[in-house]
Design a protein around this ligand. Structure first.
Ligand SMILES: Nc1ncnc2c1ncn2[C@@H]1O[C@H](COP(=O)(O)OP(=O)(O)OP(=O)(O)O)[C@@H](O)[C@H]1O
Ligand SMILES: [Mg+2]
Length: 292
């Protein structure tokens, strides 16, 4: 599968490809067009050499799409670490490689060269089954395009990753998550019966109910109004502060990024800067100079 995108078909918790009797509806999930966004991490111009305290990292990460005149160097030697228990953000102009970086770090896509790690596990060394299990157990992913299963209601969508792994939901935690995303009265509705913002909240809840070691989110509040977006961001912030949840978030929104402990800036496939505990003003200033 080298050089091709691993179709992000709901494998981060459940993996249809690796189970002996994969649910048909999951295999049919159209995730190939999914975009991504979300992260918190640590930036370095030097290759990281350790994983202690680091939830995920990339070492000399290069991703080239196409060849010849069509070649696009989406990642051009990225070295980055995302600290455990932190809310991190990735910002940068459109096309700078944010989604590509998150897909590669979450094991949804392959690098052209370099390494990515979740904890101590180097993703490029894992076979497909091991990678699927690692994604299922350790990684949550919130796609920009939600990627909910149309035939399942909101509640079933939220708990599907657990169900496919043969796990029962932690009822107390599930109720808390449902309360935060304010979907208690929509649990029996299917995606087509929900607004875009409600579908987004189901997708956020789905990543949270698994309690993964790390959550990657690609513009998780991009389709929400500012109040709903703030509620999700505050919840993410509190899961990091109170439960040590590691989150990496991609966003174009300076207000969303300001919730993070650290913001890393990508431009032309390279990390060019970082800010710690940034204010909205500082983020707006920095993104202006990057052309975002
Ligand atoms: N499957 C692909 N084939 C060819 N080029 C691709 C592919 N996916 C992404 N690219 C290119 O790689 C570069 C980085 O894309 P990526 O989606 O990572 O950017 P991004 O920073 O997430 O942008 P946005 O903010 O618009 O979502 C872009 O030039 C994009 O056109
Ligand atoms: Mg993107």
């Amino acid at each position: 599968m080298a050089g091709t995108s691993r179709s992000p078909t709901f494998e981060w918790c459940p993996s249809p490809a690796s189970t002996s009797s994969p649910p048909t509806l999951v295999r049919a999930l159209p995730l190939a067009t999914a975009q991504t966004r979300f992260v918190a991490f640590t930036l370095s111009t030097q290759p990281p050499t350790h994983s202690n305290g680091v939830a995920a990292r990339a070492v000399d990460a290069v991703k080239v799409y196409g060849s010849g005149d069509m070649e696009v160097r989406a990642l051009d030697g990225v070295n980055v670490e995302f600290e455990r228990g932190k809310l991190s953000a990735i910002m940068g102009p459109s096309g700078s490689g944010k989604s590509t970086l998150m897909h590669c770090m979450a094991g949804l896509d392959n690098l052209t060269s370099g390494q990515t790690f979740i904890g101590d596990s180097e993703l490029g060394l894992l076979n497909e089954r091991s990678l699927t299990l690692l994604r299922r157990r350790n990684v949550g992913f919130i796609f920009q395009a939600y990627n909910l299963i149309p035939t399942l209601n909101a509640s079933e969508n939220m708990t599907l990753p657990l169900a496919l792994g043969g796990q029962e939901p932690d009822t107390e935690w599930l109720e808390r998550v449902v309360g935060i995303v304010k979907l208690g009265d929509r649990l029996n509705h299917r995606p087509k019966e929900l607004s875009g913002g409600q579908q987004q909240r189901v997708a956020v809840a789905r990543a949270l109910v698994c309690k993964p070691e790390i959550i990657f989110a690609d513009e998780p509040t991009g389709n929400l109004d500012s109040r709903a977006g703030a509620e999700i961001l505050e919840f993410m912030r509190s899961t990091t502060d109170e439960l040590g949840q590691t989150i990496v978030l991609v966003t174009h929104d300076a207000v969303a990024a300001s919730y993070s402990d650290r913001v890393v800036f990508l431009a032309d496939g390279k990390i060019v800067d970082e800010l710690h505990n940034p204010s909205v003003e500082a983020l707006l200033d920095r993104t202006k100079t990057l052309g975002d």
